[in-house]
Design a protein around this ligand. Structure first.
Ligand code: HEC
Length: 200
């Protein structure tokens, strides 16, 4: 075997192992699969204010680096002020009974954006994080509450149901295995005391 051939073989091996490494790394970066990941990968922002349309592009760009953009788009997180929560409790009390569909908090998106920003290699500047956060708060209210609450619930329940069937281990990893969590995902309204809330 001549030197050239050996060089080609070594070069090829390096490329293959490099590719495998890159794949493993990108899988690792995502932290495993989420039900969210199998939902829609875009938001219809045509009726959003111009500022939010701009922030939407920043969001698409920055929040898809480690996992699919479907993960935040189909997330159960919903940030509402105390006043907003009080108002929604009157008009739509269902929203407060199913945290796998609506996980509501006064700082839920601000905490989570900070968490994502602090991950190694996240490449999101504080000024960008603030804009993305503003977008997520606005967008969640539009798509998950009021007239859209029912459609949101149907979308999220569908994702949870098929995820539980196809990825039972990951379902347990994310939501725990308590029977109340199982009931919630299949449509009953009891609230699990376990996991998702502990993420923030
Ligand atoms: C540096 C990699 C990285 C970037 C960039 C990133 N994420 Fe994540 N994200 C992760 C990992 C890893 C997880 C899995 C949970 C964990 O490890 O915290 C995750 C999980 C999530 C979840 C699921 C949380 C849950 O408990 O249901 C949401 C929502 C999310 N990310 C939103 C975002 C948003 C919004 C952005 C942009 C501001 C973003 N991510 C940018 C790595 C990243």
């Amino acid at each position: 075997m001549n030197i050239k051939k050996i060089a080609v073989i070594i070069g090829g091996a390096a490329i293959i192992s490099g590719t495998l490494f890159a794949q493993a790394y990108s899988q690792d970066k995502s932290g495993g699969v989420y039900p969210n990941d199998f939902g829609s990968t875009s938001i219809d922002v045509s009726h959003y204010p111009p500022k939010m349309k701009m922030y939407y592009h920043l969001f698409l760009n920055k929040c898809s680096a480690c996992h699919t953009i479907a993960r935040p788009i189909n997330s159960q997180f919903l940030q509402l002020t105390a006043d907003e929560q009080a108002a929604d409790k009157k008009t739509n009390p269902e929203m407060f009974k199913n945290p796998l569909v609506w996980q509501i908090g006064q700082k839920i998106w601000s905490r989570y954006v900070h968490k994502m920003m602090s991950k190694p290699g996240s490449n999101i500047r504080p000024s960008e994080g603030k804009k993305i956060f503003e977008f997520l708060v606005y967008d969640s209210k539009v798509r998950k509450t009021g007239a859209n609450a029912e459609a949101w619930e149907a979308n999220r329940e569908k994702l949870l149901k098929s995820f539980k069937q196809n990825y039972p281990k990951d379902y347990a990893r994310i939501f725990g295995t308590s029977s109340s969590a199982k009931k919630t995902a299949s449509g009953a309204s009891s609230a699990p005391a376990s996991s998702p809330a502990q993420h923030s």
